[in-house]
Write a protein that binds this ligand. Structure first.
Ligand SMILES: C[S@@+](CC[C@H](N)C(=O)[O-])C[C@H]1O[C@@H](n2cnc3c(N)ncnc32)[C@H](O)[C@@H]1O
Length: 355
């Protein structure tokens, strides 16, 4: 799984427990993860045999969703794909856009790995024209590159000194595909809500502040699109980072955008992630969810602050210069819909029994 700010790794068991409790009470079967990012929540629900739709605006996220949610492991874990991954691992490197931009003009990857990324990216287009197989190979490349990068997990900057992992030779592995069918989409969540078929449960985890995922993960976007864009600044970001903005990153628009999403999404039950460091106010969110779903349960969950805050504040020479105010923020999960209170109680009891 790639390093991703806002990834809900620690919250997955809880979200899964709520979804299962909803299923116990209502027979719910379908689940939509409208801001799926790494797809880790969607993956857990697919493993639990929900019919899952995973959606996100990002191109790299769509690739991950095709591999982990749309692909059926029983169909795609075959020897042919494994052989192609072996072939890609054996390719000699060659200089190209990726090496120049992210290893010479900047230092996100060691040039040896960068040259192999250039060669492998080109070869994937040559050896695979199947949508799902191509996504599996690209996922394998993304995850392999992520294991040898030299960042703190964000692509706004690279480390002053090479990260120890960057010295490793990059190795592609077969992604751990999941049996069963699912759907991968790349749409604006609000546009999706206006057109999608009704689902039993939707999970909403939008960006909660001004930091743009498109900019934070510009290298993954470029690697997937393979469009060699003009780049700028020390971070060598894609030129279109200047103009590609999600409404959820704009303080003046985010609440109205979220409000219309909550009103429009055709889901019987909603699970919503919320952070007290974001643009939304807790009480506004409760009022909004109550106005549509009547029953709302707010569950506080502690969550470590993003990795940059844990590492500290540094100046341009890489020296620690300030103190981060706090290392945890307050996260909430909201469960909204019929029987929300009992669903949370059931799930809490199940989780306590399993602990
Ligand atoms: C907090 S992250 C989600 C993290 C995810 N739950 C995980 O565990 O990996 C928010 C995601 O919303 C996506 N995003 C931003 N604006 C969007 C929009 N208008 N519609 C759909 N996705 C959007 C970003 O690309 C990002 O992946």
């Amino acid at each position: 799984m790639i390093k991703y700010i806002g990834s809900k790794r620690t919250l997955v068991p809880r979200i899964l427990a709520y979804a299962k409790a909803i299923r116990e009470r209502t027979g719910a079967a379908s689940f939509c993860d409208a801001f799926t990012g790494t797809t880790r929540v969607a993956q857990a629900l697919k493993r639990a045999h929900f019919t899952v739709t995973a959606n996100d605006l990002a191109s790299y996220s769509e690739i991950l969703a095709i591999a982990y949610i749309e692909a059926d492991a029983d169909e795609h874990r075959g020897p042919l794909t494994a052989a192609k991954i072996g072939h890609l691992n054996a390719l000699p490197g060659r200089d190209g856009y990726f090496t120049q931009t992210f290893c010479v003009d900047s230092r996100y990857f060691q040039p040896g790995n960068g040259r192999r990324i250039d060669a492998i990216r080109e070869e994937i287009e040559r050896i695979s024209d199947d949508r799902v197989e191509r996504a599996i190979l690209l996922t394998s490349l993304l995850e392999a590159a992520d294991r040898v990068d030299s960042t703190t997990g964000l692509q706004m900057a690279y480390l002053k000194d090479w990260a120890p992992r960057s010295f490793n030779a990059m190795e592609l592995r077969m992604p751990l595909l999941i049996p069963g069918a699912g759907t991968a989409l790349r749409q604006d969540a609000n546009a999706l809500a206006a057109t999608m078929a009704p689902v039993d449960i939707a999970y909403l985890d939008p960006p909660y502040n001004q930091h743009s995922y498109f900019s934070n993960y510009h290298i993954w976007e470029t690697l997937v699109r393979d469009d060699s864009p003009e780049s700028y600044g020390v971070a060598r970001k894609r030129i279109d980072c200047r103009v590609t903005k999600s409404d959820y990153n704009a303080k003046g628009r985010s609440w109205a955008t979220f409000e219309s999403l909550v009103r429009a999404i055709p889901a019987k039950h909603l699970i919503v992630s919320f952070s007290n460091e974001g643009y939304f106010a807790h009480d506004d969110l409760v009022a909004l969810l109550e106005s549509r779903f009547h029953e709302v349960e707010a569950v506080p969950v502690d969550f470590r602050r993003y990795v940059g805050a844990q590492i500290g504040i540094h100046n341009s020479k890489g020296e620690k210069v300030g103190r981060v105010s706090h290392l945890t923020n307050q996260e909430f999960l909201f469960v909204a819909g019929p029987d929300a209170g009992r669903i949370v109680t059931d799930a809490t009891a199940t989780m306590a029994g399993a602990a």
